[in-house]
Design a protein around this ligand. Structure first.
Ligand code: APR
Length: 169
């Protein structure tokens, strides 16, 4: 049985098997949580990312965690919000499913997600949270090896949304 829960905080501080990075297709770093993860992990992360040759939107790649407390990092590339008519919902759901598939392939038992695409990429917060939770629950119907999925919210707005959607007090 996999537990799903939300917390509020800095994902770079979490001692989990893997944290998920909201990256861009180059995988060469950026701002937001991507910048925070690269700063905390150190320069060896960028060196490894350079070898990956990028990542398409909706897909995921795995690297070491380096100076992070997390053992590994799963980099996923969320869709940029263009009003909802460019397969944004499908691509965002794919980020969560592909990140979990990569986690299972790498025997990861605990994984923490940021609110992918809801910052720089402009995805509306509530639909993004609904898509994230639905995609995770759908994936877990056929895969029970992951023991804990944590939604790590940075902003109060997201934490309140996830608490309500997960019926978490
Ligand atoms: N821990 C957890 N969540 C964080 C942290 C952190 N340290 N820093 C920011 N966040 C949150 C933001 O508040 C937002 O809720 O991560 C969520 C995703 O926002 P962004 O980091 O802006 O990611 P995204 O919207 O997917 O845009 C990706 O931004 O940083 C660039 O290189 C990145 O081009 C890519 C784009």
């Amino acid at each position: 049985m996999t537990t799903l829960r939300c917390i509020q905080g800095d994902i770079t501080k979490l001692e989990v098997d893997a944290i998920v990075n909201a990256a861009n297709t180059s995988l060469l770093g950026g701002g937001g949580v991507d910048g925070a993860i690269h700063r905390a992990a150190g320069s060896r992360l960028l060196e490894e990312c350079r070898l990956l040759g990028g990542c398409p939107t909706g897909d995921a790649r795995i690297t070491g965690g380096y100076n992070l407390p997390a053992r590994q990092i799963i980099h996923t590339v969320g869709p940029i919000w263009h009003g909802g008519t460019h397969d944004e919902a499908k691509l965002l759901a794919s980020c969560y499913r592909r990140s979990l598939a990569v986690a299972v392939e790498n025997h990861i038992k605990s994984i923490a997600f940021p609110c992918v695409s809801t910052g720089v990429y402009g995805f509306p917060h509530l639909p993004a949270a609904e898509i994230a939770i639905a995609a995770v629950n759908d994936f877990l119907k056929s895969e029970s090896s992951v023991e804990a999925v944590i939604f790590c919210c940075f902003l109060d707005e997201d934490f309140l949304i996830y608490q309500k959607l997960l019926n978490q007090s």
